[in-house]
Design a protein around this ligand. Sequence first.
Ligand code: C5P
Length: 293
Amino acid sequence: MPAKVNLQLSVGPLRDDGYHDLVNVFHAVSLFDEVTATPAGRLTVRVSGESIEGVPTDGDNLAARAARLLAGRTGNVPAVDLHIRKAIPVAGGMAGGSADAAAALVACNELWQAGLERDELVELACELGSDVPFALLGGTAVGLGRGERLTSAMVRGRFHWVFACADGGLSTPAVYAECDRLRSAYEEPVSWPHTSEDLMAALATGDAKALGKALHNDLQPAALTLRGSLRRTLTAGREFGALGSLVSGSGPTCAFLTGSEAHAVDLAVGLSGMGVARSVERAYGPVAGATVL
Ligand code: C5P
């Protein structure tokens, strides 16, 4: 299941239910977690990978919650072992937990022959989290509402990305709360978000330079306040010629758009040499959403 980067994340006013209305342009990239579902005596979660500190291995894991939710709705017993092989940065703003939940839905639907259709799985995905429906869909899509009302976007070609993964994660609710705090402290008027026409045109024509200019994340000032070291990471990427750079989602992963695979290799090598990140990854997008292997 792929990771995502938000090409546009425009955050509207805080709603009564504690969420914000968004324009959230999701883009699935080729960094994958893999979830294997095997029949077991009870629900268990195992996690493997290089940097997996902080990932719950109990019933709180979003993949375990997905299995329980699907079982409850389809009259199955969630007696399954979920083995998650993680490559997506943990709490990194790339929706790794959502990808695992989407994968668990798809895998358990197969394992139990529950026969739920895609739109039924999407409904369950909405209950699990705002980013889970996109993890099922993949590609590039505009998310409205909490980010869960999705429409696929037209994209020409492939975009090449570099991701700088930071040490330690950032909590999504904390970053949204910091965004609200900064807005009220600076008395910023919060307007209703609109989809960027420049961004959609850049995607439709496959124009990486224009896409780089149109990238935008309203959560970035909040992520930078909470994690000041990210400023240096973003500056380093720009110095190595990134066409665009931004914090991915609620961070702390920073995303850099490049013009070609070769440029991505150069930028990744440059960033690694600077020592501004725990690890540096390359990926391309868009890629498909949750699939059975
Ligand atoms: O839906 P999910 O569980 O992923 O959301 C995590 C948190 O992110 C929410 O509790 C909320 O604080 C914040 N959020 C938000 N507005 C959204 C999506 C998420 O405020 N549209």
